[in-house]
Design a protein around this ligand. Structure first.
Ligand code: TYD
Length: 206
């Protein structure tokens, strides 16, 4: 049986990495067959593309180039890592996916939804996630949390207004796609992890 594809989305500092780690502990405890991967990157070629995209020195990169590089890394990662794992019946947990492009490049950079949908047609049509977990925390709160831990990559160098547009972008995606479910992050990381786990159960994915 084909596996299931679960993606995590949210603003910078929303706690995706922590939540994915806590989920992986729970999945290991129940003996689930799963892999954890991430975008941009997750495979050798895609990780090389990631370096170019996030390099703080690449200030000359235009928005279209950025969007196309994310799409290029995505398709490589899908073919090399995601598709074989799904075909082997595994649960694939991916840190960011096409919704990041819709929110960051489509909404915040202003390239628009249509452009991002067009360059990501294969991802959207052939590999729609079974569930997208959106960690719902405002960019202001997320920024506070992340304070002091910034890596200063090209996306993190953008100001708060950019990240507000990213968040607004996510909120409109939430209305459009029923596969996206918001998880509130008001409490402790363990409370959020319980909510995430309960959501996967409710959707019949574990
Ligand atoms: P990463 O260090 O993985 O950030 P985070 O820990 O917040 O996930 O860097 C990924 C960056 O790339 C992040 O700023 C979001 C951005 N991004 C896009 O702008 N578009 C995309 O399609 C993807 C996948 C990521």
């Amino acid at each position: 049986m084909r596996g299931a594809f679960i993606t995590f989305e949210g603003c910078e500092g929303s706690g995706k990495s922590t939540q994915i780690r806590l989920l992986s502990e729970k999945l290991t405890a129940i003996g689930a067959d799963f892999i954890i991967t991430r975008e941009p990157g997750g495979s050798d070629v895609a990780e090389q593309i990631r370096k170019i995209i996030l390099d703080g020195k690449n200030v000359a990169m235009c928005d279209e180039c950025e969007a196309l590089l994310y799409a290029a890394a995505r398709i490589q990662h899908l073919k090399e890592i995601v598709e074989p794992a799904l075909a082997a019946g595994k649960l694939v947990i991916c840190d960011r996916y096409v919704d990041s492009s819709l929110a960051y490049q489509g909404a915040a950079r202003g390239l628009g939804e249509k452009y991002i949908e067009d360059i990501n047609a294969v991802a959207l049509d052939c590999y729609p996630p079974d569930l997208t977990v959106f960690l719902n925390i405002s960019p202001e709160r997320a920024f506070e949390r992340k304070h002091g831990a910034d890596k200063g990559d090209r996306m993190e160098q953008q100001g708060i207004n950019f990240h507000r547009r990213v968040y607004e972008g996510y909120l409109s995606l939430l209305k459009k796609y029923p596969r996206i479910c918001a998880v509130e992050c008001g409490g402790t990381k363990y409370e959020t992890a319980e909510r995430v786990f309960a959501l996967l159960k409710e959707k019949g994915l574990i």
